[in-house]
Structure formats: C-alpha cells, structure tokens
Design a protein around this ligand. Sequence first.
Ligand code: MLC
Ligand code: AMP
Length: 504
Amino acid sequence: MSNPLFDALLAPHIGKDSPFLILPDGAEMTHGAFLDLTCQMAHALRAAGVGVGDRVAVQVEKTASALALYAGCIAAGAVFLPLNTAYTPSELSYFISDADAALVVCDPSAVAALTPIAERCAARILTLDAAGAGTLYAAALSQPTDFDPVARGQNDLAALLYTSGTTGRSKGAMLTHANLLSNAQALAEAWRFADQDVLLHALPIFHSHGLFVACNVSLLAGNAMIFLPKFDQDAMLRFLPRATTMMGVPTFYTRLLDDPRFARDLVAHLRLFVSGSAPLLAETHQAFEARTGHRILERYGMTETNMNTSNPYEGERRAGTVGLPLKGVELRVCDPETRAELPKGEIGMLHVRGPNVFLGYWNMPEKTREELLEDGFFITGDLAKIDQDGYVTIVGRGKDLIISGGFNIYPKEIEMFLDAQAGVKESAVIGAPHPDFGESVVAVLVPEAEGSIDLETILAAAKTALAGFKRPRHIVIVDALPRNTMGKVQKAEMRKTYADVFQP
Ligand code: MLC
Ligand code: AMP
C-alpha cells in the first residue's frame, strides 16, 4: 500500500546509520534513529485516538521530536497543522477550533491556557518541551519502532498551514502529498541536493520554508541537517564551517553581514546559500558576494503554492529577481482586473499553476473559488513581471501585506484589534522599511472625538492578543487618516510619510 510522502522521504532511511540531525550540543541522530522515533510517534498518535485525516495541531519548540511528530503524522495518515510558537492562546483558539483538531501538541507551559480551547473541539492535549521530552515523547518511547504506514493517495491531505487573510481571518491552506512531494523533488534537483550535503537549518519548522523546503528536500536527498532551535548569530558562525549549504530569510543574511566575524574563510567550502520568504535587496546580494565570493540563490514561493521559482544553480543568478519557474510550474502575468494575460515584460498579477499548488482553503469554498481559478491557476496576490529570458521579478504586492523577518502580517488583523480599543476611533496599519526585519509595523491611530488614547493600556492588551512579531513597533496619533475623494485610506501616501521611522 502506498503513502507517497512516507515512501519517498522516510522509508529509504529505515535502519540507516548515516547522520541526519546534528544538534547544537553536538549530539547526532542518525536517519535510522529518526525513523525509529517517527514510527513510535505514529503509534503514539494512533493510541491517542488520532484517525486517518484527523488534524494534529502542533505548537512546540524546534527539536528532533517535533520533526519526528511531523513525520509520524505522515506515517499515520494524519494532517499536520504547525503553529507559530509566538502565537498567543487567543490566536491559537481560532486555528484549533477552525481545523477541528483531534489532538493538540504544545509545550507543557501552555497546557493550562489551551485546555479549554481543546475541550471545545473534544481534542486531547499532549506535550513536547524545548528538550523534545513531554507526555507525547514518553508515550512514543513505549511503542514499537516499526510501523506500517497508512495508505494515502496523491491528493490526500498531508498538512494544513494557516496563512493570514486580507479580511483579518486566517485561511487554512490544504496541502496534499502530491503538492509537497513534487516540490521537494523539483527543489532537490534544481539545487543539486545529495546525501553528502550538510544543511545549516536555523529556520522555524512551523512554516513551509523551514519545514517543507528545508526538511523535505533533506529527507529526499538523504543529507544531514545542523538543526539549530532558532537563528542565533554565534551558533551560525560556529556551525557554518561544518555546513555545505544554508537556507534563510533575508534577515539571516543582513545579520551575518553586519557581523565582522562573518569572513570569507568561514564559508569558503559552502556550495549554496538560498534566500526566500521576503525580498532580498539587490544590495544585500551584492554585499554578500563582495564579502564571501558567493552569489545567494533567491527563490520565491508561498504557503499555498510551495516554491514557484528559483534562480538557477548553474547559470546567471540575477540579483533582484526570483529566477525562473521550477520544473512543472507554469506562470502567467495577468491584468489584475480583467485577468487577461499580459505580454512579456509588463507588470501585473502573478498567477501560478502546477502540482505544487494547494487543493484550496479549509472550509472556505468561496475564498477558494476567488483565488484558485477553474483553469487551475492560483492568484498569488504578488505583482510581477517576466522578462524575455523568463526571469521573474516580484515588483510589489497586490495584497495589503507586511513581511517582517519572513513572517507575514496582515494589517487588517492589527487594525481590527486597534479599532476595538477604548479611545480609538479608527486606525490604519502599514509596513515601513526596517533595517533588520525588512519591514516592520507602523500603526496610525485616530482618537474618539472626546476621548484620549492610553497607549500603555493598548500595548498591554496587544501582548495578550497578538504575537510579538505582529505588534506595532511605531505608533502615531493623528487627527484624521489621509483619505482620497472616495473616502479610501491612502496607504501609499502613509507609506511615504512614515518611510523613515525605523531608519537609524
Ligand atoms: C521575532 N521578533 C520579531 C520577528 N521575530 N519581530 C518582528 N519580525 C520578526 N520576524 C520579535 C519578538 O516578538 C521579540 O519581541 C523579539 O523580536 C525577540 O524575539 P526572538 O525570537 O529572539 O527574535 P529573533 O531571534 O531575532 O528572530 C528574528 C528572525 C525570526 C528573523 C530570526 O523571526 C525568523 O527566524 N524568521 C524566519 C521566518 C520564516 O521562517 N518565514 C518563512 C515563512 S514561509 P519582544 O517585543 O517580545 O522582545 C513563506 C513562504 C516562502 O513565507 O516563500 O518561504
Ligand atoms: P506566506 O504567505 O507566508 O507563504 O508568504 C508568501 C509571500 O511571501 C509571497 O506571496 C510573497 O509576497 C513573499 N515572498 C516569498 N518569497 C519572496 C521573494 N523571494 N521575494 C519577494 N517576496 C517573496
């Protein structure tokens, strides 16, 4: 019986003693040991009542156990739902209940806050802590180390990843075995991943970049990963000499460049640096080449589509572009209003089609129909142009989105929070250029006619309502928002006004 992801990414490693995870304390886990733990996790999920197709909501630190839980979900035919560790209980409540999770796996410190939320959808709670131990791990350890993977079809769900929405309501992107596997295959081939590689992995594993791009590609190629719990500058500098490749968001690269210890010798033997999730400034690309002699390979993707384009491994890596479509991926640039395809070189809305494109939004058939067209093309929300050689440049966003350090923030969600605060008549949220995060959040507030705004109270409320990366880092109080004659808030104007607020 087949299980596409298990068969391609996991089964080949059973019993292998090649290194898979190199942990910051120097400990190593072989591929075979990882597969043993994966099978134990799959048994533990089944014992916890997780059935085929059930959603397993996971908010845990990045450990070998957490990755084995993902792999265990694949083996057990469950749907993995990873959640940002920065989300507050009030944010988690929506994801867990919308997905109707059967099991919630969280840090032991979150159990009390998540119990009433889990109870509402009759989900059980098990734990994994920052050391990879906890009630789920303990339950797994008593299980056998072999597991007969549950049969799954190419179009069966493997994961549900929530992306924020322009309306302020997050949407669960349904990703199938075929979506994830086809993309891992395209990337491993495009970037020449092989079992001798050692990937320096400092990304979180609750998003497609760190989980699917980095881990699925590594599992497919059979290479090792230096598995850091998070981006830590000293650890990066310590481990770079052991790596052959690295993947990161642009903030990783600007932080490394800001460090005088980041020298050419340290990375002389690396063969590949990949950047994605946010625009890499051409000047960062150039500064990196000047410092190291390496040309960063930039690629472009999104939760709903996995990766769509990549600069070539061999051939010209063009700074400021996201390269060419990956194998099997079709792109077109269309008029945002009429959806008519535009000639080469013109700027318009980027549409994408291919085996990488998701099945639709969980429980949102109308949203799915709006964005995933009948001919199979998905409307990315990104404005792009494709030049004569096929290189794609992302020139802007048709969606009102802020990308801060690779995390997405939809202004609407923050505005809804701010508008509900005492003394606030209305608000507008924009992203302004930020030297570390690329962009960061600026909030502009208008007070009620008679009222005054108590910023301290609002900031305290934001701490319980919003994940840290979403909280405004600059707040301005004004008499009125700039509006055009139609009454629409002029965000483009505001972006100009506040362009320098984060500049040193
Ligand atoms: C953390 N903080 C951030 C932040 N990350 N603020 C703004 N933007 C961010 N991205 C805040 C915390 O709330 C906290 O604030 C303070 O910074 C310190 O937290 P930290 O965890 O110690 O931060 P740090 O280690 O500096 O993290 C920064 C980072 C991290 C850039 C290393 O955010 C990161 O790893 N980003 C990667 C995101 C990613 O993987 N994206 C892929 C999405 S998939 P306070 O106030 O509490 O002190 C996708 C598709 C695709 O987009 O194409 O890949
Ligand atoms: P997410 O919804 O978190 O998956 O974020 C996807 C969005 O990140 C895309 O729609 C783009 O706007 C942006 N993105 C990803 N990679 C790049 C890149 N290399 N350059 C510019 N934008 C990017």
